[in-house]
Write a protein that binds this ligand. Structure first.
Ligand code: NAP
Ligand code: GFB
Length: 327
């Protein structure tokens, strides 16, 4: 039987990165395409996964043997704070439809879902590891999204116990790269600041970073994350989640991120912090010990190199990129 891999959310930041890796890595290499594989990168236009019938039709059309489930309502701190119920409900609906349809589809033998390190409790001993997901409430800023994502881990264990399903999940840190959402208000910090800095340089206006610049974050380049998803698809068959991240010593402050973006964009104007805006969670340092123990080492792209690639892609693709409002 040939292998059909359905990537839900295949047109987003992470989905496009998997497509890029599968298309550019040598065939039959560890992260490259196998000759008998068909990869399907689905967008919401092929079916609104909040709707069970449209989800069923998508599975009927492709009869996937494997599913990488990335589709979700996704956004940065400020969007999460504004739409907690919508993040909770939309993601619960999408996830429940994907897990149950994967269970009901005879051809589907494996499902990997995607959580996020913001699911972890806010008050917990660091570093975060896979055993701490449910040991306390998440940070209030992403209350809705975090609880919807945590529920996937609960559902995976329940499907395994009752039906023996091979369902698991990945837990990435903050992701960045080409094809991200660069909307000025709804995006995550790196695409948001790249867009703001680009406009400040173009219009000779001040570059303003939200918050104090003190919070700490760990970032993974989307192309590296893509390779780790392909590794999980091929080599990881356990219900327990795996954190997919660079080392916890790679934590950087938002100020350091802004400095790196100023350098990458080549901005020389005024640059300040709007401390009236929220900082959100102070830090969420995650350990990648389990990952490295399983994959036997992995070469992460240096942060500045990954940032340069992302800024270059954004400037070259500005007219087609997801920028929300144009200047
Ligand atoms: P993204 O760029 O916003 O892309 C979201 C994808 O989901 C798009 O392909 C979108 O399709 C699809 N989608 C959204 N709502 C849908 C619906 N109702 N029905 C069907 N498809 C729908 O997201 P991303 O950053 O790549 O995130 C991918 C996964 O990684 C998500 O599960 C997210 O929670 C997780 N994650 C992301 C980050 C991060 O920093 N970005 C960090 C940790 C975890 P259209 O293109 O048609 O809209
Ligand atoms: O990436 P971000 O939106 O998400 O924000 P979180 C990170 C930090 O960057 C916060 C600061 O401290 C913001 O105050 N920041 C500074 C900015 N300037 C900007 C800007 O222009 N835009 C944005 N967005 N932030 C999210 C969760 O938390 O992490 C999501 O809410 C998801 O659910 C995502 O899990 C990975 O890291 O704070």
């Amino acid at each position: 039987m040939s292998t059909v891999i359905l990537v839900t959310g295949g047109t987003g930041l992470v989905g496009k990165a998997i497509e890029y890796v599968i298309k550019t890595e040598p065939e039959n290499s560890r992260f490259g395409k196998k000759p008998d594989e068909t990869w399907v990168f689905a967008s919401s236009k092929e079916g609104d996964l909040r709707n069970p019938e449209q989800t069923r039709k998508l599975f009927e059309k492709y009869k996937p043997t494997h599913v990488i489930h990335l589709a979700a309502l996704v956004g940065g701190l400020f969007k999460n704070m504004k739409y907690k119920l919508t993040f909770l409900r939309d993601n619960i609906l999408i996830n429940d439809n994907i897990l149950h349809t994967s269970h009901l589809t005879p051809s589907t033998t494996k499902l990997i879902s995607c959580l996020s390190t913001c699911v972890f409790p806010d008050k917990v001993t660091y570093p975060l590891d896979e055993t701490k997901i449910h040991s306390g409430p998440p940070h209030e800023s992403n209350f809705g999204y975090a609880h919807a994502k945590r529920m996937v881990d609960v559902q995976n264990h329940a499907y395994k116990e009752e039906f023996g399903c091979n369902f698991t999940s990945a837990i990435p840190t903050n992701v960045f790269g080409p094809n991200d959402n660069f909307d000025l208000e709804d995006s995550h910090v790196i695409p948001g600041l790249i867009h703001k800095c680009y406009l400040a340089k173009k219009n000779n206006t001040p570059f303003v970073v939200s918050g104090t610049g003190k919070p700490l974050r760990q970032f993974i380049f989307s192309y590296d994350l893509a390779k780790l998803f392909i590794w999980m698809l091929r080599e990881y068959d356990d219900v327990e989640p795996v954190i997919l991240s660079a080392g916890e010593n790679e934590e950087v402050s938002i100020k350091e991120v802004a400095d790196a973006i100023v350098k990458a964009v080549g901005f020389q104007g005024a640059y300040s912090f709007d401390t009236t805006r929220a900082d959100g969670q102070f830090r969420k340092p995650a350990s990648n010990e389990k990952l490295l123990g399983l994959i036997g080492g992995f070469e992460f792209t240096p942060f500045d190199q990954a940032l340069d690639t992302t800024v270059k892609w954004f400037i070259e693709s500005y007219d087609n990129a997801r920028t929300g409002k144009k200047d």
